[in-house]
Design a protein around this ligand. Sequence first.
Ligand SMILES: NC(=O)c1ccc[n+]([C@@H]2O[C@H](COP(=O)([O-])OP(=O)(O)OC[C@H]3O[C@@H](n4cnc5c(N)ncnc54)[C@H](O)[C@@H]3O)[C@@H](O)[C@H]2O)c1
Length: 458
Amino acid sequence: MNKTILCIGAGYVGGPTMAVIADNCPDYKVIVVDINADRIAAWQSDKLPIYEPGLDEVVKRARGRNLFFSTDVFGGIKEADIIFVSVHTPTKTFGAGAGKAANLQYWEKTARDIVEHADRDKIVIEKSTLPVRTAEAMHRILQSNDKGLNFEVISNPEFMAEGTAVDDLQNPDRVLIGAMETSSGQKALQAIVDIYKNWVPEEKIKTTNVWSSELSKLVSNAMLAQRISSVNSISALCEKTDANIVEVSGAMGLDSRIGPKFLNASVGFGGSCFKKDILNLVYLCEFYGLPEVASYWEQVVLMNEYQERRFVQKIVDRMFNTVAGKKIALFGFAFKANTGDTRESPAIYISKLLLEEQGQLAIHDPEALDNAAIDLKDVEGDYTFEEDPYEAAKGAHAIAILTEWKHFCDLDFERLYHSMQKPAFIFDGRNILDHKRLHKIGFNVYPLGQKALSHLEK
Ligand SMILES: NC(=O)c1ccc[n+]([C@@H]2O[C@H](COP(=O)([O-])OP(=O)(O)OC[C@H]3O[C@@H](n4cnc5c(N)ncnc54)[C@H](O)[C@@H]3O)[C@@H](O)[C@H]2O)c1
């Protein structure tokens, strides 16, 4: 074996990232550790803890050969030459910066574990998304050891997206590696470049200083979320003017300076990262005395919340100003298609608002129902979870599409229509359905940013 790589944190990032590294680098031993024993047991089993297309195959190829999952964090630290830290960095809920700043307690705990259990020099890599200049604090904690050990801190943020994680990791747009501009920093950087070189073309491996690398990740997420909020804001204007957001996005996206991606109107962005990373950016700007920059980025989050509320308001308005006692089938709970992850999913907020309006919800999602049940466990109201979309829609007044699962387009809408109360409504919060066909079947169809196709309103 060349070197031993350890990853602390076997979550949505740590698991897939290390599986792809192990798969492509058979001469490295890769150990993934976590304090969550259930998660580790799932990584060792046939039912992995997260759903990602293609992940099962990659894990099966490498597991037991050079990929290992374990709860022995301290043993892993001792054995490793290179330590990726991929623990979560949620928004702080207490004290200074509450609601915006990143809570770095999990990250700092791992740094302290490393100091305590290391018995030789190590390279420590920030894989988690962290505020700019975190590496400086980490370096101080690590160097505070009295064993005479040297730790190099490298920033290597992860850009994979859930739902396409394996493909993104296998064929990344770029791999970003930031290091201190010292000779030991540059040596450590080369050790990380050497890992990725096994499968990533060298021109896609971008090296920078450590601060640029940290900030690039935050800003990339902020820019992606900003595109979504920008298009969603225009979807509201389209509904007032009879312009069509699909046509507007299509026309905009043809401009090679803009490009076609991330221009679909939707109920809003979700996921564990976008909101937290923008709020973190806002906090950093406030901290560094840049209030104008902070409020510019904060608006991206506020627009997202507006879009979620606007969607619910539309449902209530169109269903004769009340959903009380009416069954509404929610199709999709995951924050995006091809994942079971529901963290910060717009579906959570939308469900809560509809339940406050005393709607009866039947929630269907092919992968996310377990997480949905956790998200709503303390929420009062009338809601059920349905594996079968036809059961969810039976006797319902409306279907609301909240996630862009492709198979929703292939459902038998004649059958759904005939099982529903009349008038039957569809609110397409992802603009994925064939609206004209649904209207022909008899539905009253409300897309986003497009003219409604209704039998009730002329
Ligand atoms: N989820 C994504 O799509 C994505 C993409 C890019 C970057 N990121 C960033 O990557 C980081 C991790 O995200 P995630 O979605 O994988 O989080 P996650 O919550 O799924 O996983 C984090 C894991 O770390 C473990 N952990 C926490 N403290 C530990 C400790 N002291 N020792 C061992 N294990 C510990 C937790 O038990 C958990 O399983 C975050 O900073 C996130 O912003 C996430």
